[in-house]
Write a protein that binds this ligand. Structure first.
Ligand SMILES: *[C@@H]1O[C@H](CO)[C@@H](O)[C@H](O)[C@H]1NC(C)=O
Length: 168
């Protein structure tokens, strides 16, 4: 049998070991959470400004009053918080939009004659939203029209950057 003193020492050692493991686990959870947020923040900012977030709705969703709902859902507005006069949602796969950047049809962008736009080689299904009421976001009301046309985008090395309109 162990003397009482020695037994107490072993229990104490175990308690310290348990404490150590708990501290380690807490530390690991903290590091995990830290990494999670670290990863999230820039990702969210990319989503907010990307052409996909602003213009691609595929497969097409079906809310009532399509344009009014979608403009709120995607936060479509002018930088000064006024309602956008026109906005287009594209109902094609994001990959199909990406492939416009390898199109052989290149032209000067309408309304911005100093930059080049790529034009899609096939027609895309889209919805045009045209402002019919309201001045300041989010009180904007839109008219909905379905259309098909060749889209015009600018591209960088990673893919499409800005939507510059369409040709019917
Ligand atoms: C807000 O921005 C839009 C687009 O740039 C412009 O047409 C409009 O005049 C601006 N409105 C105000 C109140 O500054």
């Amino acid at each position: 049998m162990l003397p009482v003193k020695a037994a107490a020492k072993i229990t104490g050692a175990n308690a310290i070991r348990v404490k150590g493991i708990l501290t380690l686990m807490t530390l690991m959870v903290l590091i995990f959470l830290l990494l999670l947020f670290w990863e999230r923040e820039p990702a969210e900012e990319i989503v907010v400004t990307s052409i996909e977030h602003l213009h691609v709705d595929y497969p097409k969703s079906n809310p009532i009053r399509y344009c009014n709902s979608m403009v709120l859902q995607r936060v479509i507005r002018e930088p000064n918080d006024t309602c956008k006069k026109k906005h287009v949602f594209i109902h094609e796969r994001p990959q199909k939009l990406n492939s416009v950047c390898i199109s052989h049809r290149k032209m000067v962008c309408p309304s911005q004659s100093t930059i080049f736009c790529f034009q899609s080689e096939t027609k895309f299904k889209m919805t045009l939203c045209q402002l019919i009421g309201g001045i300041t976001y989010p009180a904007c009301r839109y008219q909905v029209s379905a259309l098909e046309g060749y889209v015009l985008v600018t591209c960088d090395n990673l893919g499409p950057v800005h939507f510059h309109g369409y040709i019917e």
